[in-house]
Design a binder for this molecule. Sequence first.
Ligand code: NAP
Length: 503
Amino acid sequence: MEALATILFVVAGIAFIVGLRMLGHPETARRGNLVSASGMGCAVLGTLVTILEARRGLADTVSDAASSGDSNALLYVAVGLLVGAAIGIPAARLVKMTAMPEMVALFNGFGGAASLLVGWGTLQRAMSEHAAQATVDADAALPKSLSEVLGTLGHGDGHFIGATIFLAILIGGVTFTGSLIAFGKLSGFITTRPVLYTGQNFVNGLMLLVVLGVGAMLTLSPETGWVLPACIGLAFVLGVAAVIPIGGGDMPVVISLLNSYSGLAACAAGFATGNTLLIIVGALVGASGIILTRIMCLAMNRSLSNVLFSGFGAVTSQEAGKPGEKREARSLSPQEAYYVLEAASSVVIVPGYGMAVAQAQHVVKELGDLLEANGAEVRFAIHPVAGRMPGHMNVLLAEANVPYEQLADLDGVNPSMDAVDVALVIGANDVVNPDAKNNETSPLYGMPIVEVDRARNVFILKRSMRSGFAGVENPLFFLENATMIFGDAKATIESLGSEFKSG
Ligand code: NAP
């Protein structure tokens, strides 16, 4: 039985690593998800086998208090599976593609809460063991201390296990409330503007110091009554305080970071319970979350500390985007723009956040097909931070069945941009802003962009001259080769499509 559980855990660990690798490419991502999910199935089975095994050898190894807890363990797992499936299956089926970041925020939050509960439960279990031993060994000269009992539960030094319990509770609690705030900001329940006050970073720093002090207490003297509730309460407050000063637009980065935290919390819970698989999985989630966070920061040309502490987005778009001089942008109707597109032999489509807002991905795919049927070479240029979450454009275009071969990253599309007849910018703004290359004073300076300004013609589909997420003006709109096509992206693309069909 024990060997079976070990095999299941090893298979689960391998499946998580292979699945994660497969998630790195659109073509293998779906299968990667399945492989990882099968790994999770093996992990659950392995846990059930371990519980059965523990129950068999229960009578002669553990006390009554612990044994009654363990004999209910199968029931707890069954109830957990049923409740989780009853919530998870409909939620995954019903969630809109644009609400994915909110969903991921909630998943992270519950992951953090689970680790907190594991940490808390481990301490609670040690306390019952300790109390039971004190009764049994009342006459013994030296009953075990709580730290020593913790050591036997977590298979290590008692103080080390105490420290990992503290970390599981702290990081899990911060992840839980931080993710709830991120969810609230993304779904509009809470203001998306950064909530700032004087001395905020100082207060947060002070709070962190107090938490670390409480952590030292929990590690060295876990039996102190107030230490556990203080630790949980402070972790919850710290999670709120850390996320509330960050603007709604930066929430995808925060969610990715919280995802990493949820992994670290799980890793700590793994050490606390002596569960190797949890340590492996936690480390994988922690590492992949931080790698994704770094990729997003690099693609935005911002440091993580700038995202977390600068209150980016506190200035309104109108204030930041105020033009220094009055400049005129040219505009065309879709009907007029059709003639240029009809003559184009090379077209690059650059989707952005506006395509997601307009839900234009299906009509964009249809227009791509019409252009190809008309003899043009069509490519989709995907900027790593286009939209509002990593892979946002990939997901939308995959939903519309745009073939992977048509997707290109910056390196795939920028070198040949001078030979492109039309760059069709659909609801993208910051990711095509030439100031990122040319203007050292721009907040976007240094961010790699899709260099549509070098194409022979640039059509920019948006509703107005308003700025994008970064709140800065875009000089692209005023270039000689650039033309605005005003209106909702979906309606504009539909009009262009109708022209091709009737033309
Ligand atoms: P963007 O700079 O935010 O611009 C989107 C544009 O879409 C807006 O200027 C808006 O102009 C237009 N728009 C909105 N609704 C539209 C509609 N229905 N039809 C047509 N146009 C519409 O978007 P982006 O170029 O994709 O750049 C993404 C930004 O988000 C970057 O600054 C990036 O750093 C940031 N960000 C991304 C992520 C991520 O993971 N992807 C995470 C955090 C931050 P109008 O209002 O005039 O229509």
